[in-house]
Design a protein around this ligand. Sequence first.
Ligand SMILES: NC(=O)c1ccc[n+]([C@@H]2O[C@H](COP(=O)([O-])OP(=O)(O)OC[C@H]3O[C@@H](n4cnc5c(N)ncnc54)[C@H](OP(=O)(O)O)[C@@H]3O)[C@@H](O)[C@H]2O)c1
Length: 328
Amino acid sequence: MKQRKIGELEVSSIGMGCMGMSSAYGGLEEKEAIYILHQAVELGINFFDTAEVYGPFANEQLLQKAFKDYKDIFIATKFGFQLDPSKEGIKQVCGLDSHPKNIRKVAEESLKRLGRETIDLFYQHRVDPTIPIEDVVGTMADLIYEGKIQHIGLCEVSANTLRKAHAVHPITAVQSEYSLWSREAEQKILPTCTALNIGFVPYSPLGRGFLTGQLQIENLGENDFRKNLPRFQKTAVEQNHYLIQQLEQISQFYHCSNAQLALAWMLHKYAHLVPIPGIRRINHLQDNIAASDITIEQEHILKIDEIFLPEHIAGERYNEQELQMIDI
Ligand SMILES: NC(=O)c1ccc[n+]([C@@H]2O[C@H](COP(=O)([O-])OP(=O)(O)OC[C@H]3O[C@@H](n4cnc5c(N)ncnc54)[C@H](OP(=O)(O)O)[C@@H]3O)[C@@H](O)[C@H]2O)c1
């Protein structure tokens, strides 16, 4: 697969989001997950995304089992949530915590869980308004000097905070939600990343599956995280379905899937961008990888931009509580 640069890091032009293998979307049997992760490497993916909070912990442990003998892959992980061990699963998340002490603790523990000598890319998962970003990045820079991490990333950060952070130590990548139906990043953060030579890693690039046109909302499991999101409520789904039908017409023109078109659209728009679609099935893996070879005519890029204008989208991407954790 072609490679792309995010900051100074060179990785496959499509990465892989591993969250859904252990949390949020129902998980996967370990053996199957490891098989898919190995196939991903076989097919050219070398950039894998995880976090302390996915499981919690289970997703990092899964990557250790899958990749203990693999050298030439990059694993990105994240710190930044306060966890209450007396609770189960995702209910452990009880706030934000970017105190330097916690950043160091998570780095040490993630290294052990991943079974690696260094973390290739370490992201702050959410900006913690109680800790100055300069202190957060200063602590991460110290971890670089100590060899514990290689690169610094920030998630869902505002352009303002990003500039302050980058002045302390070069930031390699910003990871924020970005897809056809979540285009807020186009306003400020993508231009800022371009100006500062910072890579951009869109999470949920397939709209958590909705944009593929294949997701059956009524079949989502009881604990599926998407059930809490405004865009996955019945009325919003019905209204947004029209957008998918229009996307399908363009996909048919290119003889590709909606997922491929959604990924090719963003790859075409920004050179320093590497999407990390969430994958739990081998056919989805193959489909997404092939997106890196699709060329879309500029007239279709503009047409897709127009179909998915923010005012055409029904429902917010997160609920009120989750939106409050986004740095604006
Ligand atoms: N920084 C953050 O705050 C944050 C937040 C959310 C996610 N993330 C990261 O971003 C990654 C991706 O996010 P996401 O999982 O929400 O992303 P997504 O790629 O937008 O959606 C994943 C969904 O799309 C389906 N899918 C994938 N490829 C497909 C294809 N070719 N055709 C049809 N369906 C397809 C998946 O199905 P299957 O699962 O059945 O394959 C899954 O249901 C996560 O794994 C995580 O690493 C980060």
